[in-house]
Ligand binder design. Structure first.
Ligand SMILES: Nc1ncnc2c1ncn2[C@@H]1O[C@H](COP(=O)(O)OP(=O)(O)OP(=O)(O)O)[C@@H](O)[C@H]1O
Length: 482
């Protein structure tokens, strides 16, 4: 018998009442039976969930067992021929109802489900509560030619912006490059879009010129679904920002082209300002009613004229209508400015600069309802131009050099909502994000590209027909001056 007993640990105080629990002895066969039953249930659930995989497998095994391998090969051939015939006969329905649903299921299983929990944890979208881990639930995957769309049930406390911030990280985690998040119809869900192949990789040829410009939807390029992208000019001004070589010219020219039918018929007047010496816009001179490019003073004068016309028109329309409808006598006036900062920031003469700023402010704040619109390109989104930003209901961000510039130009949180202008590669000029006032999600677009020849040709075919007789308004403005 030992002399001293050393017992590690703390002494358990003696309780006033001691209860002895009965010890259950579970027999081994019951445990095995329990495990087997549980495993079987899980297998059944999996077999039902992945019916699209298990049903053909079971059928194939049954055909082989009943009729032999040759019959099975024949059945496979018939099914393959049926799919081939469907593809040839009606490709779009085959892709929509046959091919992409299969691709979506395979990708859901082998790409997304396989890594879901770990990716959620590493991207900071999983959480733990009271010792348990919670992961957002992947509900559905849809595939199309260019990407995958995932519908996810968020965890309580998450909002679509959280997913927007993580979207790019998620895309890379699933071995893709671009990701965007947008809100879904139901408040507890978010839709993620990952791009597998850039639908906007190819150059977009100039779009057809309509006889009468559709001011509610000018076709300027294509969106990610391959549909023509239509921009509403009625009631709006357009700001286009992009680094040098990002394709600002292609947006301006696509817009002028979409208006060309109206320019020829006299429904639209374009006044062009090219403060960088006329390099960008000079090729389209026959299309413009006014073209100012040389000294700041003359540009300020043309802007003053625009303000005068706007005021006369406003006085005439006051109490008659709330939205101007363009006519040949009173055409839509579109002021196209190639470099806004050159008008508002770089001019050294302070008086002229202030005059220009004042006119621009008036045109931007009062022009929309009376059919006077400003379309301005901007290379350098600096503070000097910022006061004007909010007066542009339509903002287009092409490639920008720094992430901070995105929100500076497009508005707060635009980058979190998916406008990754700083990630647009230099090899994709003309690609940009369109942000509209009151619309949450930016739209990614590639604008049509007009070569110099296209512009010359446009100037030739759609030049202003009657350049000698001025509109009634011009005459009135002149009388007003005298
Ligand atoms: N929509 C487009 N599609 C394809 N290529 C384009 C497109 N837009 C522009 N490019 C190409 O990119 C080049 C630069 O375009 P552009 O001069 O319009 O850019 P920018 O933003 O106006 O530059 P800068 O500020 O220097 O004038 C063009 O010469 C053309 O080759």
């Amino acid at each position: 018998m030992p002399l001293i007993n050393i017992i590690p640990g703390e002494k358990i105080p003696v309780a006033p009442m001691n209860v002895r629990l009965p010890a259950w002895r579970v027999p081994g066969w019951l445990l095995v039976f329990w495990w087997l039953a549980r495993g079987l249930l899980r297998l059944t659930v999996l077999a039902v969930r992945y019916w699209w995989l298990t049903t053909p497998t079971v059928l194939a095994l049954w055909v082989r067992a009943e009729f032999g391998g040759l019959v099975l090969a024949g059945v496979v051939l018939v099914v393959a021929a049926g799919c081939g015939a469907w593809w040839r006969w009606h490709r779009s329905s085959w892709l929509r109802f046959g091919w992409y649903p299969i691709v979506a299921r395979v990708r859901m299983l082998f790409v997304y489900r396989r890594r879901w929990a770990s990716v959620m944890a590493t991207c900071g979208l999983a959480t733990s509560f009271a010792g348990d881990r919670y992961v957002p639930h992947l509900l559905r995957v849809r595939c199309d030619r260019f990407g995958d769309e995932l519908t996810v049930r968020m965890l309580p406390g998450q909002i679509p912006d959280d997913w927007g911030q993580a979207a790019e990280r998620l895309a890379y985690a699933f071995r893709l490059r671009t990701g965007q998040a947008r809100s879904a119809a139901r408040a507890d869900r978010v839709v993620l879009r990952f791009v597998r192949r850039d639908p906007l990789a190819g150059v977009v040829a100039p779009l057809p010129v309509p006889e009468v410009p559709a001011l509610d939807g000018l076709a300027l390029g294509v969106d990610e679904d391959g549909h023509p992208y239509r921009l509403r000019l009625t009631g709006s001004h357009v700001l286009i920002a992009g680094a040098t070589g990002s394709g600002k010219g292609s947006v301006l020219w696509s817009l002028i082209r979409s208006l060309a039918g109206g320019i020829r018929s006299g429904l639209v007047e374009v006044w062009a300002f090219d403060p960088k010496g006329g390099m960008e816009l000079a090729a389209g001179v026959p299309l413009f009613a006014r073209f100012a490019y040389d000294d700041p003073d003359s540009m300020a004068g043309v802007l003053d004229d625009a303000v005068k016309r706007m005021r006369l028109r406003a006085a005439r329309l006051r109490g008659v209508t709330r939205q101007h409808v363009p006519t040949v006598k009173e055409p839509l006036l579109v002021l196209v400015v190639d470099e806004l900062a050159a008008l508002t920031a770089y001019i050294t003469d302070r008086k002229v600069r202030d005059r220009i700023k004042e006119s621009l402010g008036l045109l931007l704040s009062q022009g929309r309802a009376v059919g006077v619109h400003v379309v301005a390109a901007l290379q350098d989104p600096r503070k000097d131009v910022l006061p004007f930003r909010d007066l542009f209901p339509t903002r287009i961000g092409l490639r920008l050099t720094e992430p901070e510039q995105v929100d500076m130009v497009l508005g707060d949180s635009a980058r979190d909502r998916g406008a990754l202008c700083d990630r647009i590669p230099e090899s994709s000029p003309g690609v940009g994000f369109v942000v509209l006032d009151g619309v949450r999600e930016p739209v990614r677009v590639r604008f049509a590209y007009l070569t110099d020849d296209d512009i010359h040709h446009l100037g030739h075919t759609h030049r202003r027909l009657d350049t000698t007789s001025d509109s009634d308004e011009q005459e009135a403005a002149r009388e007003d001056q005298h």
